[in-house]
Design a binder for this molecule. Sequence first.
Ligand SMILES: [Cu+2]
Length: 153
Amino acid sequence: MFYLKTVKFLLLFSFLSTLFFSSKLSAEIIIEDYWARVTPSGSGSVYMKIINSKDEDDRLLSASSDKAGMVMIHRSIRDGDISKMIHVHDGILVPKKSSVKLKPGDYHLMLININENLSLGDKISVTLIFEKNSSITINPIAKLRPPKKHTHK
Ligand SMILES: [Cu+2]
């Protein structure tokens, strides 16, 4: 009887601690749906979704890549009929319990001085530097167009 009670207690304890630790672990920054567009003219941009499940705001400050001399944070804006890119100096705010999308026509990472050996289909290593979170490295594949969305029927 004592044995059974102990087992039950241990099971309950491990269940609760799993809940506790998994909720702790899920509070972080996650990068999803990342991809890179490299045009024949030699310019390149990296797009992604940044998810912040933490209880505090964070900010993408800068980025670097093995395939580019420099990576800049840009935002495309419309000025009348003209679309132009501006250099974002203060990074991209990722509010707590929220997400931000880097996408064509909006925020993106601009690859400057791309390695001339880069071809379509190559993996690009991009390291993202955050204000609070530790840095995260993603490996988008150089494409000309966005990857097809998964459709679940
Ligand atoms: Cu740009």
